[in-house]
Write a protein that binds this ligand. Structure first.
Ligand SMILES: Cc1cc2nc3c(=O)[nH]c(=O)nc-3n(C[C@H](O)[C@H](O)[C@H](O)COP(=O)(O)OP(=O)(O)OC[C@H]3O[C@@H](n4cnc5c(N)ncnc54)[C@H](O)[C@@H]3O)c2cc1C
Length: 416
């Protein structure tokens, strides 16, 4: 079933005039699996892949109520970086950047990772101070990250207005060369194809409707297509995470909020790095096709709605034009929204819960796409070894009771 993508196979397939085989197979829903993963986004699919590849655990079902990538994984602005504020955060995301760097080869799927550099602008002495702090933490973790001057900013991004005319002049930036953008759909499809090739079943149009717990242990799930028995259930549902955990009787400190983004018509390449301004609540990158992709911070209310709003586009335009007045005549083509599972400390929640066999990989807020590979790898290790590994030990659910929060807001609120 698995056809390797290569120049030779492209040539052979072209000559044969037969269609390419399906990227992943359709399976009947099994009555039992060793592991049931809920959510067919990058986290669920990466977990299925690393369970099979690293641990030989292949009796795995991924349940997706819609189509794979229909959640945040197909709606994000695809920014990858590791210049976080806390040592545990920086270490964790750095492992993900490393996995992303080798992902196209590993999955035999072109995920189009472009390490164009990631620049977070400072508009005040206070934000410059946080950036210096971040740069020092990053350097200690071996991550390429430094504070640069307005002149250096102008060289890397000539279209930015670095004069003292704007309301919030640019006084410096945190520059992170390994950061960049990726093709998010390709990441999802690549993991799905590779996980399926190793034996995992991917069930689209299959909604989890209940989780069965007996004497403190998970025993199975009910789905829209029938029951499945399983001793291990993993919640990888991001914006729906608290609804799914409620089914197992596990309360999560998560509030779901919409996050909006927008894209312009394509234009000639002029913006190489990803530009972020926390103070102006906006960020922008240019895709390989030439469109500008804009994002912002989460909407200021809890909701499961994925409708865009006019307030978002008008606010976005105001802020973006402060940074790049030259793009005033470009047209916006599209806007959209996705759901973000926000935690109080802007850190994820990965680990076991009070119900044996029920694991969570949630709390990904506005920044979880970049963590897909490392979270999938870490969750797979945790299931295989029965306990969380070092890299995720700070992200357990019990930190909210113990009061050992992660404090990542300074590097995770905007810019994703
Ligand atoms: C506009 C926007 C921009 C963003 N930009 C970035 C960015 O630049 N960089 C970054 O790192 N992150 C970004 N994010 C955040 C990122 O998209 C998410 O954190 C990440 O995709 C979460 O992935 P996931 O696999 O955990 O969840 P998702 O991709 O959301 O997948 C969860 C899946 O669970 C399914 N599901 C829900 N309930 C059920 C059920 N009952 N039964 C079965 N299936 C169910 C859903 O249909 C969904 O497909 C952005 C998010 C948005 C909305």
């Amino acid at each position: 079933m698995y056809t390797k993508y290569s120049a030779w196979n492209l040539f052979r397939q072209g000559l044969s005039r037969r269609p390419w085989p399906r990227v992943w197979e359709h399976h009947e829903l099994g009555s039992s699996y060793d592991v049931v993963i809920v959510g067919g986004g990058v986290h669920g699919l990466a977990t299925a892949y690393y369970l099979a590849r690293n641990h030989g655990i292949t009796d795995v079902a991924v349940l997706e109520k819609s189509y794979i990538g229909s959640g945040g994984s197909g709606r994000n602005t695809a920014i990858i970086r590791s210049n976080y504020l806390t040592p545990e955060g920086a270490r964790f995301y750095d492992r993900s950047v490393k996995l992303y760097e080798g992902l196209a080869e590993d999955l035999n799927f072109n995920v189009m990772f472009e390490q164009r550099g990631h620049m977070t602008l400072a508009h005040s002495d206070a934000s410059l101070r946080t950036m210096r702090w971040r740069a020092e933490v990053n350097k200690l973790e071996g991550i390429d990250s430094s504070v640069i001057s307005p002149d250096a900013i102008k060289e890397l991004a000539p279209f930015l207005d670095v004069s003292n005319h704007p309301r919030y002049p640019i006084v410096g930036a945190l520059w992170h060369p390994p950061g960049g953008i990726i093709r998010h759909d390709a990441v999802v499809w690549g993991y799905a194809r590779a996980a399926n090739a190793l034996g995992a079943h991917i069930h689209q149009d299959t909604e989890l409707v209940d989780i069965e717990v007996s004497e403190g242990r998970v025993t199975g799930v009910q789905t829209s297509r029938g029951p499945i028995s399983s001793g291990i259930v993993v919640n990888c549902t991001a914006g729906w995470a608290s609804l799914i955990s409620d089914m197992a009787g596990v309360e999560m400190p998560i509030v779901t909020r919409p996050l909006q983004a927008a894209v312009t018509e394509p234009v000639k390449q002029f913006l190489h790095p990803v530009i972020v301004s926390g103070s102006l609540h906006t960020y922008v990158s240019q895709t390989a096709r030439g469109e500008l992709v804009f994002g912002a911070s989460v909407d200021p209310f809890a909701s499961y709605s994925t409708r865009g709003s006019l307030e978002f586009t008008t606010g976005l335009a105001t802020h973006v034009l402060e940074l790049m007045p030259a793009i005033a005549n470009m047209r916006l083509l599209r806007q959209w929204a996705g759901l973000c599972d926000m935690t109080p400390d802007f850190g994820p929640i990965i680990g076991p819960t009070s119900v044996d066999g029920f694991y969570v990989d949630v709390g990904w807020g506005t920044y979880g796409f970049k963590a897909g590979p490392v979270a999938g790898e870490s969750v797979a290790d945790m299931i295989a070894n029965g306990r969380p590994g070092e890299l995720i030990s700070s992200f357990g659910l019990d930190r909210f009771e113990a009061g050992t929060l992660t404090a990542e807001k300074g590097a995770a609120a905007v810019g994703h």
